[in-house]
Ligand binder design. Structure first.
Ligand SMILES: *Cc1c(COP(=O)(O)O)cnc(C)c1O
Length: 223
């Protein structure tokens, strides 16, 4: 019941048009089933093996989002079913996703992960690298990926001003790309994935359309 209650409390704070990704990494099947029974259909995981095991055991109308760092040699395991890959941070990874999507006769929706934090522990592209990918001829040849938007993680800090600055910068890059590159067929820009348990309200204020919330729904994780 706790999970269903948490979920309902959070949903009340999320405006229409913002998608809630329930981040279930490290949590057991039973917890996910509880959230499912309370109506949640979108779940986020950060390990491909764990996500695939859960995919096998849970209802097939769940949309599985890969929110973690992706190793190229593991893309094949999620290619048949993944519904959105948030953490795409290189052209080589995008190429591999395209290849595996083609093998599965589908198009895989992706977000490009941007590096917006003032820490060197997080992954992501900077603006110049993003533009380089979008303008490259090699990118224009990929037919089995669709870029739905951008994803970013703010610095792990109490400093709300800094977090706000980082979220705002991600939204600004999104708007710029949307204005300048919307003629590219594989860009279907609808999504700014930013905001976690501690900062999602601020992220929504700054233009987030997709929040990734784990511990506020499922409780703290024991690694
Ligand atoms: C774990 C994780 C989350 C959820 O974090 P919480 O603080 O538990 O809400 C969101 N995004 C990513 C990329 C994560 O790895």
């Amino acid at each position: 019941m706790v999970i269903a209650n948490n979920l309902n409390e959070i949903k009340k704070t999320i405006p229409e048009g913002v998608t809630l990704v329930a981040v279930s990494k490290t949590k057991p099947i039973e917890d996910i089933q509880q959230a499912y029974d309370a109506g949640q259909r979108v779940f986020g995981e950060n390990k491909i093996q764990e996500m695939s095991d859960k995919y096998e055991s849970l209802p097939k109308d769940i949309q599985w989002h890969m929110i973690g760092h992706v190793q190229r040699n593991k893309v094949k395991y999620m290619a048949p079913y993944v519904s959105l890959i948030h953490g795409v941070d290189s052209f080589r990874l995008l190429e591999e996703i395209d290849k595996q999507a083609k093998r599965n006769n589908r198009v895989i929706p992706c977000l490009l992960q941007m590096f917006i934090a003032k820490e060197d522990t997080k992954f992501g592209l900077d603006e110049a690298e993003l533009i380089e990918i979008l303008e490259s001829e090699a990118f224009s040849k990929l037919q089995h990926i669709e870029i739905k938007g951008l994803m970013g993680m703010a610095t792990f800090t109490e400093d709300q001003h800094l977090i706000k600055e980082e979220f705002t910068s991600l939204k600004a890059i999104f708007d710029k790309v949307k204005n300048n590159y919307s003629h590219i067929p594989s860009l279907q820009l609808t999504t700014v994935s930013m905001g976690m348990s501690n900062d999602y309200l601020l992220a929504i204020e700054c233009g987030s359309t997709m929040v990734r919330i784990g511990s506020s729904i499922f409780g703290h994780r024991n690694y």
